[in-house]
Every structure is written in structure tokens, then in C-alpha cells.
Design a protein around this ligand. Structure first.
Ligand SMILES: [Zn+2]
Length: 379
């Protein structure tokens, strides 16, 4: 027998301490449920990462649910309410445990919705896929991207894709993500010439050289955003120079900064603009760039409408369509998806000590997912 209730499934998933990239039995557990439902499971494990691609049903249109079983480390167990983040702790309506919102709760809700939907619908009416990885919170190099590459190689395409990331911000259902910003990091070294601080004419001070350029970069308005995206932001994250003494002009300054950018820009033009400013200030520098995500925006069409309607019917609120927050596996899945949304639980306690959801949110999310399946496949 398999568990069918979202609370029971969640309790099982929480008990398996799947800190990135260790699946700790979670992927096997999901595989067992899918097999029980008559689905086909492909495992695309890569390195230490477990990846599952499951297909249930033989219908024309494909809807995929994508998610990650991995969680961030729990931190000090003594600070958790029940001293054990890997055991689901229930008190009143609250459910506490590592991964309850990010995102084992959504996986449990979708599996439960999937079980009741498939039990009540002929197999040729639907084709539902599950894309599950154990490497989303880590480098994400062996995770969902490997499944996407396989789908691309085989010419398989998803009509609709729902990612179960926690997207709600103050009450469940208030937000659907319809895209995400891109992320680009620059690691900059500005070279000078080290020497005695009393003889600046014999030195080149990299701090003095760099500051006007860094100031200009930090003040620049890159754009004003657009209908779906906030404005592009550049933030300095680290700045180091000096030998820790007061009588030496240092030989170099090292800094790094990160762009979160919208669809008005691409990585190439941000790199070009940045380097133009560095050159204008005549810096002797080297820079390396790491582009970890391009921005994307889904086609705002059928799937977004279906999700909105389902939330309105079950939660009595109208969700906002947003693109803020960090990167997600949507950056990979958009390449094989006609439409893609992210819809999950509240994100306020994600990654925190005492990560919490509620039984009512979990129940509502299960109902929302079920309603979406019915609307997509039963018309
Ligand atoms: Zn997540």
C-alpha cells in the first residue's frame, strides 16, 4: 500500500534527511508511488545526484510537475522545536521540519493530488510527468539540467510545467511566479603597486583607483524594470584590500558583485557596460564572470489562467503574478516547456530554523493542484 494523504506523505519525506545532494531514499519512495500508479520511471542519476523522470498516462497534452527533494542543512538541532528537524512535528495546525515548505510539502501535495486524480480519470485522458532532483539547493549542475538535456536530446516537450517552489508571501495562494530574474557575478581584481604609505608617488593605490569606478557602478540605474520584472540590480557582496597595517599602500583590491537582471538586458550587454566603466576609469584589472541563470518569462496564457482560477476557487483570493526572488530550476525547464509557473507554499520560513507550514495550507495546495489537473485534462 502507498500513502495517499499529503500529511502522511510529507511525514515520510521529512524523515529522510536528504541534504543536498543525498536523496536519502526520497527519490526511491517517489519512484515506488509512481510505479504503483502504473507510471514509467526513468532514473537519470548523475554523480551523487538522483534524478527521476516519471510519466503517467497516455494522453496528448503533457503537464509536468517539477521539484527538488533536497533540503539545506538543518543547523543546530537544539534550536528546533522538537530537537529533530528530520521528524515532522505537529502542534495545532503547524507542521515543523526541514523541507516542509522548500519543498517537500509541495511534492507531498502534488503526489496526493496525482493519486486521487489518476484514480478517477481514464489513462488516455492525461499525460503527467514528474521531474524530481536531489540537487537544486546545491550547485545544480547534476540535477534538473540533466533531465532537461535528456528531454531535448529525445525531442520531448512539455506543454505545461508547474514547479512546486514556495511562492506565497503572506497567505497561501497570494503569488504565482511567472518568471525569474537572471544572475550574473563578476569577480574583479584591481591592481596597484605596493609601497610605503609615506611615499605615495612611488606607489599606485588600487583603493583610490577603484573607488570612483565602483561608485559609478553602484549608482548606475541599469533600467526601470518592465511590466513583469523589477529593475535590474547590481550589489557588491565583498570588498577586500590592504595588509591590515596602516603604513602600507596595498598592491591590489579584490571585490565581487552580483547582478539580478531582467529581460531588458542580457549577460553580454551587462558585461560590456561594466567593462566600459572599468576602462573609462583606466583601471589595471582582471575580471572573471560567472553567469548562473538567464532571466525568463513564461508565456502568460492558459496555464497561468488555470492556476489563477484554481486558487480563486479554493482560496478566495486572486494571486499576483511575480518574478522576484532567487533563481530556480525554472531557468532550465523553460527551455523544454511551452508554459511554466511556480506555485507552492509560503516562503517566509524557507531555509530557517523551525521551517513551518500548516495543515490547512498543505490541504489547500493539494486541492489547488488537483483542481489544476482537472481543469487541464478534463476541460
Ligand atoms: Zn526550493
Amino acid at each position: 500500500m502507498i500513502q495517499t494523504n499529503p500529511l502522511e506523505i510529507l511525514a515520510k519525506l521529512i524523515e529522510m534527511p536528504s541534504v543536498t545532494p543525498d536523496q536519502a531514499g526520497t527519490v526511491d519512495y517517489i519512484e515506488n508511488i509512481i510505479t504503483h500508479l502504473g507510471g514509467i520511471v526513468e532514473r537519470i542519476d548523475s554523480g551523487n545526484t538522483a534524478n527521476l523522470l516519471a510519466t503517467i498516462g497516455t494522453g496528448e497534452e503533457t503537464l509536468a510537475f517539477a521539484g527538488h527533494v533536497d533540503v539545506v542543512p538543518s543547523g543546530n538541532h537544539d534550536k528546533w522545536l522538537n530537537q529533530n528537524p528530520f521528524k515532522l512535528h505537529q502542534h495545532g495546525d503547524n507542521l515543523v521540519g526541514r523541507g516542509v515548505v522548500d519543498m517537500k510539502g509541495a511534492i507531498a501535495a502534488f503526489l496526493s493530488a496525482l493519486i486521487s486524480f489518476t484514480n478517477n480519470t481514464p489513462m488516455d485522458k492525461y499525460k503527467i510527468m514528474l521531474i524530481i532532483t536531489s540537487d537544486e539547493e546545491g550547485p545544480a549542475t547534476d540535477g534538473t539540467i540533466k533531465v532537461v538535456e535528456k528531454l531535448q536530446r529525445e525531442g520531448r516537450h512539455l506543454d505545461y510545467c508547474i514547479i512546486g517552489e514556495p511562492t506565497s508571501s503572506s497567505i497561501f495562494g497570494d503569488t504565482i511566479k511567472v518568471g525569474r530574474r537572471g544572475s550574473l557575478t563578476g569577480e574583479l581584481t584591481v591592481f596597484g603597486k605596493q609601497g610605503h604609505i609615506a611615499y605615495p608617488d612611488l606607489c599606485i593605490n588600487p583603493i583610490h583607483k577603484a573607488l570612483p569606478a565602483l561608485s559609478e557602478l553602484s549608482q548606475l540605474v541599469w533600467d526601470n524594470g518592465n511590466e513583469h520584472f523589477p529593475s535590474t540590480s547590481l550589489q557588491f557582496a565583498n570588498l577586500n584590500s590592504g595588509l591590515g597595517v596602516t603604513n602600507v599602500i596595498p598592491g591590489q583590491l579584490i571585490t565581487n558583485f552580483n547582478f539580478r537582471y531582467n529581460t531588458i538586458h542580457n549577460a553580454e550587454d551587462l558585461i560590456l557596460k561594466t567593462e566600459t566603466i572599468l576602462k573609462k576609469h583606466q583601471l589595471d584589472y582582471s575580471i572573471t564572470w560567472k553567469h548562473s541563470a538567464k532571466p525568463f518569462l513564461t508565456k502568460v496564457a492558459g496555464l497561468v489562467e488555470v492556476c489563477k482560477d484554481a486558487i480563486e476557487e479554493i482560496c478566495n483570493i486572486t494571486p499576483d503574478l511575480k518574478t522576484d526572488g532567487g533563481t530556480s530550476d525554472g531557468r532550465f525547464l523553460i527551455d523544454v516547456s511551452n508554459e511554466l509557473v511556480e506555485l507552492g507554499l509560503l516562503n517566509t520560513t524557507a531555509h530557517q530554523i523551525n521551517e513551518t507550514t500548516t495543515i490547512s495550507d498543505l490541504t489547500q495546495l493539494t486541492e489547488v493542484y488537483n483542481r489544476i489537473l482537472c481543469k487541464i485534462f478534463n476541460g
